[in-house]
Ligand binder design. Structure first.
Ligand code: DON
Length: 340
């Protein structure tokens, strides 16, 4: 057996195998990352949902929360934005909890599509959406977790997300209405799903559930708390409450790792190496299993619909903190806990 290098106890995780990073240095690293990218103005704010176009393009916030409850924040970490596609992993987790993995797999696959988030396509072999991270898969999932009346399913989603964030969250109905008015592409996808009996006859209810989920208001700290709740086996580290059934979290993190960034998923896994999910409002959240959660927000997007500053920040943080899943120095939370 090869000798495995391990950092001295009470010291650190490390980015490059030689320079330890102490827990107390995380704030400095967050601040340096924010400073480095706060003036990058590449990319464009999403306007295909007209209400999203009102976002302040200069907002830029980062939050990191560890499983033992340490919170690090910088910039516009408290500015609210709609969760958009970052709702997809959580809705998928709710479907797994409510329907079980076998039933869910009858409606949605787990293969990366390599295509854009809003592709109008199904897997030719199964006539199901490729995965739950693209819109087609997320609408299939929304159909599984909707209730009758539909407001009950929306409330169940808001309640569980509030538990994960550790505070009461709410829907932004102006964004939801804006997407409902302009969401013809998602309606086309939903009726394609109905044609192949992936969703039941309550197509409009499934869409309402999906649009509502996407319109949940969050900030960077909420996203980091929700991420760290996944990292912490489903328990919110701040409240101590169990939120998610931990036996399904591995499935969610897997599809986030392989499909979370759509047609940039391979590049992201290679360069950042974290299960993550982006949204067109400009948020990205990432999970370091058993260690920490990260939430980043900046509304200017690249051509693939991912936050420009968000991606730059995550690349730097992954490198500086040694967060890549296959970074050999990524050694586990017990080292971080002993660093204070
Ligand atoms: O369905 C839509 O188009 C939006 N509600 C969500 C898309 C999204 O966030 C894609 N992520 N980058």
């Amino acid at each position: 057996m090869l000798n495995t290098p391990s950092p001295p106890k009470g010291e650190a995780i490390s980015s490059n195998g030689s320079s330890p990073v102490h827990l107390r240095q995380i704030q400095e690293i967050l601040e340096a990352t924010h400073e480095k990218y706060k003036n990058v103005d590449d990319g464009k704010v999403a306007t295909y949902i007209p209400e999203l176009g009102k976002a302040n393009p200069n907002h830029f916030g980062i939050c990191l929360v560890t499983v033992d409850g340490h919170v690090f924040r910088v910039g516009d970490w408290d500015k609210e934005f709609t969760i958009q596609s970052m709702c997809k992993p959580f809705a998928f987790l709710m479907a797994l909890e409510q329907r079980g993995p076998a039933e869910v797999r009858k409606h949605v696959g787990v293969e990366p599509s390599g295509d854009a988030f809003n592709s109008i396509e199904l897997d030719a072999k199964t006539s199901c959406p490729f995965n739950p991270m693209i819109n087609a898969g997320a609408i299939a999932v929304a159909s599984l977790i909707k209730k009758s009346p539909v407001e009950a399913g929306i409330q169940a989603f808001v309640d569980q997300m509030s538990e994960a964030a550790g505070r009461n969250l709410r829907i932004d109905y102006s964004v939801m209405n804006s997407e409902t008015l302009t969401g013809n592409r998602n309606r086309a996808i939903a009726y394609l799903l109905r044609n192949f009996e992936v969703v039941d006859e309550h197509v409009d209810e499934a869409l309402r559930q999906y649009f509502a989920q996407c319109s949940l208001l969050v900030n960077c700290e909420d996203m980091a708390m929700m991420a760290v709740t996944l990292a912490n086996m489903g328990a919110n580290p701040r409240t101590g409450n169990p939120v998610f059934d931990f036996q399904y979290i591995k499935y969610v993190l897997t599809v986030m790792f392989t499909c979370g960034l759509y047609d940039y998923a391979g590049g992201w896994a290679y360069e950042v190496g974290l299960p993550a999910k982006s949204g067109v409002s400009g948020g990205i959240f990432g999970v370091v299993n058993r260690q920490l959660g990260i939430g980043v927000y900046s509304p200017r997007l690249d051509t693939q619909g991912n936050s420009v500053r968000g991606i730059l920040a995550c690349k730097d943080l992954a490198s500086e903190l040694g967060l890549h899943a296959f970074e050999f120095t990524n050694v586990g939370s017990h080292f971080m806990q002993s660093m204070l």
